[in-house]
Design a protein around this ligand. Structure first.
Ligand SMILES: Nc1nc2c(c(=O)[nH]1)N[C@H]1C(S)=C(S)[C@@H](COP(=O)(O)OP(=O)(O)OC[C@H]3O[C@@H](n4cnc5c(=O)[nH]c(N)nc54)[C@H](O)[C@@H]3O)O[C@H]1N2
Ligand SMILES: Nc1nc2c(c(=O)[nH]1)N[C@H]1C(S)=C(S)[C@@H](COP(=O)(O)OP(=O)(O)OC[C@H]3O[C@@H](n4cnc5c(=O)[nH]c(N)nc54)[C@H](O)[C@@H]3O)O[C@H]1N2
Ligand code: SF4
Ligand SMILES: [Mo]
Length: 739
């Protein structure tokens, strides 16, 4: 399946999975002489059925895959950290030196001195656990805390499995996009919504402070005040209970804690919620009725209306889980399917290899236990292959200060911490204070700029995979993805390695070799598909796609029970109570808001959303000059025309966006998609065309909103550790003097 020099002169069509976003469409690659010349949707792929978004359709991927900006060979820092002085070295030298440094640090400080961060699960996702567990460190952290993983933990707390990532979009009669705008974030899913609406007439409800692309197609759009989601959800629960719109049979037979829930929800009349959320009471009632009475309905996961809320994140996640439950939409066709416990073999994670005394050292264990080993141990029956996270804000503080112990080494794979985490100043201090920073990526970026070793990653066109979409409506879909692009282009001095080879290279030099599957990813993939009685090559040629059939209403089966402590859906959670937390959701204003910080309210009168997705960028990616950046040369924030007029700001003006942490600048776009009291600021901006060395770091400090967002532990969700990315406070003024 590899495209090698033997392929000279051949034109072939091969199947490959797109990893440009986590939807993961199946593609057909036209390969000429080992080089991909065309990508199009694979019509036989059961997941996307030929669909592709503009990133592929408009050939924009070519300016990414073939970008002259890519890292070509391993580099080692030779000057001061961040000085932009590098020496190119071989992979062997890099592996030898990195392994040597990590081993010495382990001897000096203990294995917990090594940390790892990840981002959007864009590669072989569990290998960092395997490596760090075998190394002896519990400190794997990343963006998951504010993306997905908190839901992956709190939903099982409620119903013993994860359901919001397996909503049955195509078969639902009512889809609720709550803090989700798949029209710009997961385009295939938007295609499912549109097809369903046009062919089956599904209703669409959107809950979004912006009048987003999805909102424009909605039957009911609730334009709420940012970060008041839990109040709104509690009011829906109030309406659904008071009007007896809940599924009485399901609640009676399969749930516990209904009376306590009823008491809590009674505090949240639509009128009270209207004051908090800005949404008129009649609209709250109409939406709650539509959701509860249109069967089946689904309420898929959304990052902004839950994980991004900071202090109130966990409550919002729980409130939505309760909505799915009391309406009886859990695990039914057209509702939110309950995933079975993960069947990934423990060999991918090696969690058992980490001794308890090391687990106990995980940073965040005490303060924000939800996502740490401690929290996962509580729900291990529901989720045996689990995803523990060190809390990132605490992890960076440990790197910066040595408290509670020195964290002196960091490995970063498929993540860009200098751009993606809040409070970049702390991240910067942290990375500057490391002994060893290792980054494996496609492109140089503000994080690689601070590294000791920068390793060039092979793209998903250059690596094989058994890929599975992270957002799907099927129980599980697997697809074979061939390595279609030749890695070593004739005449070009490049030496890319995929993520498996990266981990294996390090692991084998640190005595872990026997626990891995040999030097190439194919060994791991053979192991992965072996339960199907084939090797990877056979899987690619014969099986191609594997879809597990969905089994609905498992709870009706004799002897089956929800994988919660009580065996029922826990509307009031016995586990949260045992852990000392409120067993029911409650609304609290975010810690960074006029309500919580009256001292800042006058100075920072506008409410700020950050990071609403837009095409075709993906987080901090695609800023390199070329077919992506041409569409968005500059960072932009949305502001209502009346507010702009009050502030004497014209469309296109460069403006300062200031918070209590500092200021950045972006260009104003005047638009009525935001309320006059709200602005929406793009995230993750940096400028690959600018200087790499400090203090520039590719112009990072100019426009990246995360440089002026707070991650003070007091402001985080106190169980999950989520930091706040919306409902924030800022002021805006025109840049008059651009010095
Ligand atoms: N203010 C604000 N901040 C946010 C958000 C927000 O809404 N507002 N959103 C947050 C969310 S939800 C997330 S998930 C994070 C994401 O944050 P990040 O994970 O930092 O996301 P990316 O910028 O996509 O960075 C991924 C890096 O991985 C590299 N990469 C991609 N694929 C591979 C691969 O296969 N192998 C290797 N080795 N490298 C690869 C890319 O080149 C890129 O440099 O950002 C968060 N940050
Ligand atoms: N183009 C593009 N696509 C992406 C990404 C990307 O960076 N770019 N990132 C990927 C990743 S990692 C993720 S996690 C997903 C996220 O996917 P989504 O959750 O769909 O992404 P967002 O656009 O961040 O948020 C959705 C909507 O929430 C709204 N919103 C903002 N604040 C609030 C609030 O307080 N409450 C409510 N209810 N809504 C609010 C925003 O206005 C936005 O329209 O997107 C993925 N897809
Ligand atoms: S929607 Fe995502 S996975 Fe599908 S083609 Fe576009 S970028 Fe690739
Ligand atoms: Mo995310």
């Amino acid at each position: 399946m590899d495209s090698t020099s033997q392929d000279q002169g051949k034109v072939e069509i091969k199947r490959v999975c797109c990893f440009l976003c986590h939807v993961r469409c199946g593609l057909l690659a036209t390969v000429e002489n080992g080089r991909v010349v065309k990508l199009e949707g694979d019509p036989n792929n059961p997941h996307n059925k030929g669909y592709v978004c503009d990133r592929i359709k408009q050939d924009r991927w070519k300016d990414w895959q073939y970008s002259p900006y890519r890292i070509k060979r391993p580099r080692k820092r030779v000057g001061e950290r961040g000085s932009g002085q590098w020496q190119e070295i071989s992979w062997d030298q890099a592996f030898d030196e990195m392994a040597d440094r990590l081993a010495k640090l382990r001897d000096k400080y203990g294995a917990e001195t090594l940390a790892f961060t990840e981002g959007t699960y864009r590669t072989y996702n569990s290998l960092h656990y395997k490596f760090t567990n075998l190394f002896g460190s519990p400190n794997t952290g990343g963006a998951g805390t504010i993306c997905y993983s908190s839901d992956m933990w709190l939903e099982p707390v409620t119903y013993g499995g994860f359901a919001s990532d397996k909503s049955d979009w195509p078969n639902s009669n009512c889809i609720v996009l709550w803090g989700r705008n798949v029209a710009a974030s997961e385009c295939l899913l938007w295609d499912w919504v549109q097809t369903n609406r046009h062919e089956r007439g599904a209703k669409l409800i959107t809950v979004d402070p912006r009048f987003s692309e999805a909102a424009r197609c909605a039957d009911i759009h609730l334009q709420l005040k940012p970060a008041t989601d839990t109040a709104l959800a509690l009011a829906w629960i109030n309406v659904i209970i008071n009007e007896k719109l809940y599924d009485e049979d399901f609640v009676k037979n399969y749930c516990i804690g209904f009376d306590e829930l009823k008491t809590r929800a009674s505090e949240w009349t639509p009128e009270r919620a209207a004051e908090v959320t800005w949404v008129p009471a009649e609209k709250i009632i109409a939406a709650a009725r539509m959701y509860a009475t249109t069967k089946p309905a689904c309420l898929p996961w959304g990052q902004k209306g839950s994980d991004a809320l900071g202090f109130n994140s966990g409550d919002a996640i729980r409130a939505k889980a309760i909505l799915r439950s009391i309406t009886g939409n859990i695990d039914i066709e057209g509702g939110d399917k309950l995933s079975p416990p993960s069947k990934f073999p423990p060999a991918f994670f090696e969690h058992a290899a980490l001794p308890q005394e090391q687990r106990d050292k995980m940073i965040g264990n005490e303060r924000f236990p939800g996502l740490t080993f401690k929290g996962w141990d509580e729900i291990s029956v529901a989720f045996p292959g689990f995803y523990p996270y060190s809390n990132a804000p605490l992890l960076f503080r440990a790197m910066a200060t040595g408290d509670p112990y020195p964290v002196k080494a960091l490995i970063v794979v498929a993540n860009n911490p200098m751009v993606c985490f809040s409070n970049t100043k702390i991240v910067h201090e942290a990375l500057k204070n490391l002994d060893t920073l290792i980054v494996h990526d496609y492109f140089p970026n503000p994080t690689t700029a601070l590294a000791d070793y920068v390793l060039p990653a092979a793209t998903w066109l250059e690596r094989p995979d058994v890929a599975y979409p992270t957002m799907d409506h099927e129980a599980v879909t697997f697809m074979a993805s061939a390595r279609v692009q030749q890695r070593f282009e004739g005449g070009h001095d490049v030496d890319y390695r995929d993520d498996y080879e990266f981990w294996y290279g390090l692991a084998s030099r640190l005595g872990q070799g026997d626990s891995w599957w040999g030097p190439k990813a194919e060994g791991m993939l053979d192991f992965m598909v072996s339960p199907m009685g084939v090797n990877f090559e056979k899987f690619y040629s014969d099986i191609k796609y594997a879809v597990a059939p969905s089994i609905f209403q498992k709870y009706k089966k004799e002897g089956w029970h929800f994988l919660t402590p009580s065996g029922k859906v826990e509307l009031s959670s016995t586990l949260l109570k045992k852990m000392g937390y409120d067993p029911l959701p409650q609304y609290y204003p975010p810690k960074i808001s006029a309500e919580s910080r009256p001292d800042l309210a006058e100075k920072f009168p506008l409410i700020m959303i950050t990071g609403a997705r837009f095409m075709p960028f993906y987080h901090s990616e695609h800023r390199q000059p070329g077919a992506f950046r041409n569409l968005h040369p500059d960072p932009i924030f949305d502001i209502h025309p009346e507010t702009a007029m009050d502030l004497n700001i014209a469309d296109g003006d460069w403006c300062w966006i200031e918070t209590h942490m500092g200021r950045i600048k972006q260009r104003a776009k005047t638009t009525t998609i935001v309320d006059p009291r709200v602005v929406s600021v793009q995230h993750d901006w940096w400028f690959p065309e600018r200087e790499e060395a400090e203090p520039s770091l590719y112009g990072l400090w100019q426009s990246s909103i995360n440089t002026i967002l707070d991650d003070d532990p007091e402001t985080l969700d106190q169980l999950m550790g989520c930091w706040q990315q919306t409902g924030l406070m800022c002021r805006i003024y025109k840049v008059e003097d651009d010095n």
